[in-house]
Ligand binder design. Structure first.
Ligand code: CP3
Length: 362
């Protein structure tokens, strides 16, 4: 079967299934029975690891994303150390923006900063379509990783249109998203054109990673919890659905995650996800009711619990496992409700992986 036919039919030929096809992570994402609940952590690669700080020394964040050997090493670090069930590709949601020529930098301790924010129709012209030739370093890094990872799956990822739009319109991180929302409410045609262009860039970023061998993808709409459901449905969901539809034919699981999205969980699934990521504010059994049948869930230990004594971490992790088991014996991927924090003790994360594996063994 040719690649195009495979993508169109939604079936993966055996050769493309890859060594990770039967991993606990991919089986759980497909809601198949697993030997133990798979676990990985958002932001598992990064400043919580001394070996990360060492290899990143003197290299700016976005430069590091363009060095395939370094990306490979950083992606593998948490897999080696914690024995997590999946690797997440080391990159950033703003890398494709930089690749199409947006002047963006990641300032340590701050986050992405955009030199000239996008605020008008004329500004949109700067968001040209992304092409594979814009990021050969991504294809190369994913290829190196898939070879090295063998049966451990690699998760590709991208920023969702709303979250990317927020950085582009505000010019940097924002708590209130005031300029973003002002555009969404006050200039709906401009907003729709912006998120549509971002949907195309994001779709291509995911396709590049899948074509190179990523066996699942996660769409991070980290800040979309700032929206009411009706506004999400009207102004954001069409663009996110466009992204999920664009990669549907590959047959790789599509995960959708945002913070503070308790009121949006049903819509996050409806947008086109196979797996809905849940933050720590909604117990998984309640989340399952909101998401509805047919989708796996990922989450959702409060990251701050990791700062408590081991016995407390294990009791809280047990609650997450029990809430997941109460609704189904399949379809749960253990994760934190948001990312690993730089100040976390990496040993506490390793112990948590071991605990989840031991106490969920069936
Ligand atoms: O381990 C992984 O999860 C893979 C790597 C990854 C990074 N960024 C590396 C990174 C992933 C998946 C992201 C996604 C990302 N980037 C998101 C969505 C995830 C989320 O947390 O909600 C967002 C919102 C961004 C934008 C961004 N990039 C922020 C807010 C920051 C932190 C700024 C800071 O210094 O506190 C970054 C920088 C960044 N991206 C770092 C890492 C490891 C830290 C930079 C460093 O180590 O110098």
């Amino acid at each position: 079967m040719s690649e195009t036919t495979a993508a169109q039919s939604g079936q993966q030929p055996a050769a493309r299934r890859g060594a990770a096809y039967d991993s606990a992570f991919l089986r759980a994402a497909r809601r198949e029975p697993v030997p133990h609940t798979p676990v990985w952590f958002m932001r598992q690669a990064g400043r919580s690891l001394p070996e990360y700080l060492k290899v990143r020394e003197g290299i700016p964040m976005l430069d590091s994303c363009m060095r395939p050997e370094l990306v490979k090493e950083i992606t593998l670090q948490p897999v080696r150390r914690h024995k997590v069930d999946a690797a997440i590709f080391f990159s950033d949601i703003v890398v494709p923006l930089k690749a199409v020529g947006i002047d963006v930098d990641i300032k340590p301790g701050v986050g992405p900063v955009i030199a000239d924010p996008i605020r008008t129709f004329a500004d949109l012209e700067r968001l040209r379509p992304l092409e594979p030739a814009d990021m050969p370093y991504i294809t190369e890094a994913v290829g190196l990783l898939v070879d090295e990872l063998g049966s451990t799956p690699l998760i590709g990822f991208a920023g969702a249109p709303f979250t990317l739009a927020s950085y582009l319109v505000e010019g940097g991180p924002s708590k209130s998203h005031e300029k973003t929302k002002a555009m969404m409410y006050g200039a709906p045609d401009l907003w729709a054109a912006l998120v549509d262009r971002l949907a195309d860039i994001t779709s291509m970023f995911l396709k590049i990673q899948i074509e190179a061998g990523a066996s699942a993808v996660q769409l991070f709409d980290s800040w979309v919890g700032a929206l009411a459901p009706a506004d999400y449905r009207r102004s954001v969901m069409p663009a996110s659905t466009k992204v999920f539809d664009a990669v549907a034919g590959y047959g790789v699981p599509r995960i959708h995650f945002g913070v503070g999205t308790g009121e949006l969980l049903g819509l996050l699934g409806e947008a086109g996800a196979d797996v809905v990521g849940v933050d720590w504010r909604v117990p998984l059994d309640v989340a399952a009711g909101r998401v509805g049948p047919g989708k796996a869930l990922q989450g959702n230990l409060d990251p701050a619990v990791l700062f408590a004594p081991t016995a407390v971490v294990e009791a809280k992790a047990r609650e997450v496992l029990d809430a997941a088991a109460a609704i189904s014996d399949t379809g749960h991927i253990f994760n934190l409700g948001h990312g690993v924090m730089p100040s976390m003790d990496p040993d506490a994360l390793s112990r948590l992986v071991d605990f989840v594996h031991r106490s969920s063994a069936r």
